[in-house]
Design a protein around this ligand. Structure first.
Ligand SMILES: *Cc1c(COP(=O)(O)O)cnc(C)c1O
Length: 372
């Protein structure tokens, strides 16, 4: 039975000798130090999800009524909802049909007096066009937030993704390349956010200073939530983080095997040629294909399901979501987003998939088209 995703096996060896289980213990520190060094960030907060990291980012922006956040519609709900939850209006921009990342040519028209930040998502771990985005950031003096949920360990030019934003958010959910069940991180690169980020993460208290013996008693000083990661998760995360390079490397090998099988096959003509990914770095997070004819997707998925091959798709464009339409009553037409949402398929992609399984998957897709 082929599985769509098998999270990395966890190593619990040593967990039973732990005595501190809540957040802010030694494993939180080990993970934070590891990521802070990797990303050369000014601070690195370990959190219980990427969603939590995005919420801290939203709180740091001090959003007021009328403030807008620019982001792609083709992404996971948290990229938008974290800012919506704290009062911002999401303004959606279409994606580039080759990278499925925000179309940088379409950002500028959406920038207004009310724009507080641009939130970018490096889809499938493929870098956005950072050169153009950084130019816009500079020109309009707006904040940049990177949703790096897919993108840990990927470089653009000489820096890792997550080094470019004022704030960058990572996920360690078990569907991601590196996981600990659920978890996340917030990289703080803008020094103006350093102090408050710590308060917001720890229930709005200055406990961080207490833990560092700078103050005798901690106090309620800001807004905030309980966003820290439990030491149990941090223990597991640390073991996986140490394998980051080899895990991403293996995933890329698996990803390239798919690409080779696909390129050799006649099925190629039924799909768009979206492989710009070949010349940008990535981490093999997702292997996707885009059907030229979206109308056959349902049949293809059902056919493969009968052959016990799980194929999935995502996302429902956020500008078409129930809450967005109800709240903002705005009619958007985002052509690429809507097309990709209807025509993309994701193939099983995880560390444990065997080459013969990948061959079988491509072979069954061939049979589907052959029969047609
Ligand atoms: C998975 C994901 C998130 C949310 O991550 P959690 O750690 O589950 O909160 C946010 N953004 C994107 C693009 C994601 O894929």
């Amino acid at each position: 039975m082929i599985k769509f995703n098998i999270p990395i096996k966890i190593d619990t060896n040593g967990l039973d000798s732990m005595s501190h289980f809540s957040s802010n213990g030694i494993y939180t520190k080990k993970c934070s130090d590891f990521l802070k060094k990797l990303l050369s960030s000014k601070d690195l907060l370990l959190t219980n999800s990427c969603t939590s990291s995005l919420q801290i980012a939203a709180l740091l922006l001090n959003l007021k009524k009328g403030d807008e956040i620019i982001l792609p519609s083709y992404t996971f709900v948290s990229s938008a909802n974290s800012f919506f939850t704290f009062g911002a209006k999401p303004v959606f921009v279409d994606i580039d049909p080759y990278t499925l990342n925000i179309d940088v040519k379409k950002i500028e028209d959406n920038i207004s007096q009310n724009t507080k930040a641009i939130v970018i998502v490096h889809y499938a771990g493929v870098p956005c066009d950072m050169r153009a985005i950084l130019q816009l950031k500079k020109k309009y003096n707006i904040y940049l937030i990177e949703d790096c949920a897919h993108a840990l360990g990927v470089k653009y030019k000489n820096k890792y993704l997550g080094e470019y934003g004022d704030l960058s958010c990572f996920s360690f959910h078990d569907t991601k390349n590196i996981h600990c069940g659920e978890g996340g991180a917030l990289a703080v690169n803008n020094k103006n956010f350093l102090k408050r980020a710590r308060f917001l993460k720890d229930k709005g208290t200055n406990r961080f200073y207490f833990d560092k013996n700078i103050i005798k008693k901690y106090n309620w000083v800001d807004k905030g939530g309980s966003y820290g990661l439990s030491e149990i998760n941090a223990f597991i995360l640390y073991k996986n983080l140490k394998k980051l390079k080899s895990i991403n490397y293996k995933r890329k090998i698996i990803w390239k095997r798919y690409l080779k099988l696909f390129e050799k096959s006649f099925i190629k003509k039924y799909f768009l040629d979206t492989y710009i990914l070949n010349f940008r770095d990535h981490n093999g997070h997702i292997f996707f294909l885009i059907l030229k004819k979206p109308s056959i997707r349902k049949n293809l998925i059902n056919y493969l399901k009968k052959k016990k091959i799980p194929i999935t798709f995502h996302y429902i464009p956020l500008h078409k979501s129930t809450i967005y339409r109800k709240t903002f009553k705005q009619n958007y037409k985002l052509i690429n987003t809507e097309f990709i949402a209807k025509s993309l398929i994701r193939l099983p992609m995880h560390l444990y998939i065997k080459f013969h399984e990948q061959k079988k998957i491509i072979n069954e897709i061939e049979k589907f088209f052959f029969k047609k």
